[in-house]
Design a protein around this ligand. Structure first.
Ligand code: ATP
Ligand code: MG
Length: 168
């Protein structure tokens, strides 16, 4: 069984890790899509697809799971989005998501969509983690330790602060 799971992973955090760890109990392989792959250097999408690949593959080292990380750029056409995803990914038979639009689009395309529950959503949230990074609050305990190393290596906090700065 090969399944599909997609996120923007800005950054990859412990909520994502927990979801994937649960999914890994039910599948042989997982295709992980990186959404909005073309975006980087913005307040909502500070990290590049390549940087997110590093975060995910290093952050999943502790799992015995065969997975593929595939960048998926936006097509801005929901009606063809599933075909777009399929054109870039290894074949899969089921989808895990809690996003209503993702679920609807895959359902309409004939896929079985399984609901993935939320874990500690108030803190395990990309929006909350980026907010903390900007305000200088603690965030490192909300991501796998390997992700802290990646963000450090790419000077991610400095970048986020700079791109979030309002022009004069
Ligand atoms: P952002 O706030 O930037 O949207 P996010 O935390 O929602 O970040 P995404 O990359 O949008 O992260 O998430 C990818 C998928 O993982 C989405 O379907 C999202 O609902 C799910 N997800 C995010 N956080 C959690 C969590 N804490 N527990 C379970 N699933 C989560
Ligand atoms: Mg989200």
């Amino acid at each position: 069984r090969r399944a599909f799971y997609i996120g923007r992973f800005q950054p990859f955090h412990l909520g994502h890790h927990k979801v994937i760890s649960e999914i890994s109990k039910n599948v042989d392989e997982l295709v992980i899509g990186i959404g909005s792959a073309q975006d980087s250097h913005t307040p909502e999408n500070p990290f590049t697809a390549g940087e997110r690949i590093m975060m995910i593959s290093r952050g999943l080292k502790d799992l015995a799971l065969q997975y593929y990380v595939i960048p998926i750029s936006d097509v801005y056409r929901n009606a063809i989005w599933v075909s777009h995803v399929k054109s870039m990914t290894p074949p899969f038979s089921s989808v895990y998501s809690n996003n209503p639009l993702v679920s609807r689009l895959f359902n309409e395309a004939g896929y079985a969509v399984l609901y993935s529950p939320m874990y500690n959503r108030t803190e395990y949230s990309g929006t909350e983690i980026r907010r903390r990074m900007l305000s200088g609050e603690e965030w490192k305990h909300l991501v796998p330790e390997e992700v802290v190393d990646v963000i450090d290596e790419i000077k991610g906090i400095e970048r986020l602060k700079e791109v979030a700065m309002k022009g004069d």
